[in-house]
Design a protein around this ligand. Sequence first.
Ligand code: NAD
Length: 379
Amino acid sequence: MTKKILLLPGDGIGPEVMAEVRRVLDWFNEKYGLPLEMSEDLVGGVAYDRHGVPLASTTLAAAQAADAVLLGAVGGPKWKNVGYDKRPEAALLALRKELNLFANLRPALAFDALLDSSPVKPEIIRGLDLLIVRELIGGVYFGEPSGITDIGNGQRRGVNTQVYTTSEIHRIARVAFEQARQRSNKVCLCDKSNVMVSGLLWREEVAKLHEAEYSDVELSYIYADTCAMQLMGNPKQFDVLLTDNLFGDILSDEAAMLTGSIGMLPSASLGAADTKGQRKAMYEPAHGSAPDIAGKNIANPLASILSAAMMFRYSFGWTEEAAMIETGVRSVLDAGIRTADIAAPGKKPIGTKAMGDAVLQALNTSYSSARVTQKAALA
Ligand code: NAD
């Protein structure tokens, strides 16, 4: 069955990195024969420029009709004076909310070839394979009441509300436990239950669910501030880190730095499974639109290319093809081919397009050698 993919390149480096993803998808479609149908639309600042809103209703409808959405990045200084509801980033929150994408999966994987690119000592991160499972459509980013009010005497008051319910906690905790079962079988819940009652609810509800359905998985707890320290000092103690929207946002960026560059980290945002087991899903790099390097052909496209691998695995069940992309990326890095953000000192970096070329070359090589082996086996 043909898989319909909606590409939303967005702003800044989004279109540059997405162009390389498109080439990889075209390769799988044309050369490898995967049934992919791609369409493209505007999101973020460029959509605001065209439609006066960062997410047009037609784009949202296309996202809802697609089997998966691949997003580049949104935002940039050009839109800094746009009204709060129409800022480019509002499109992201709207897509997550409208597609009900409650589960954000952010792997942090240390590639051996990049150990020297991390600001953290190699022995601390060698072999790191951590998955952050972040609740994505609840908590303080969406809770009501929220807003800024005038309280007189020249004073204003800004309010956001941290709020979670049992079912919101259970559905994301289930994702974490299920993922852990396919990995090292450990979940650590990260919260601030020492000072926030919403955190206390997380602890109690995750413990109840664990006891009732997932007692085979090892469950531990950590406060978010301690977690921030432990991620720097001893990140390999974690397998699956389960956390809310706010802490997940911050800690996943911290975990990104462990791996060397935010330009390396993919992410998946998943909705609930329907009766056929299909989920709405959006895949995107962990980084933003990087206005400081946009348009220079120096952005690292690997986070976006690896996001396409996550799409193959989580949305389409194409694990072999996902592994082909991941192995291709690994072999490119092993060969010392690097963009500026991950370049070894004294080594000349390559550009965004050249990195796309290198990944395609790696795919071609592995495909040709697989065909040679296949032919030899048949002969
Ligand atoms: P950023 O992730 O865009 O950039 C942070 C730093 O990392 C910059 O120095 C940038 O050059 C570098 N960087 C990021 N991606 C890179 C890549 N692929 N290759 C090489 N270097 C890379 O974060 P920021 O500067 O805080 O935000 C810039 C804009 O992006 C803001 O408008 C912000 O709101 C938006 N943003 C969007 C998303 C998203 O679309 N999902 C996420 C975060 C930030």
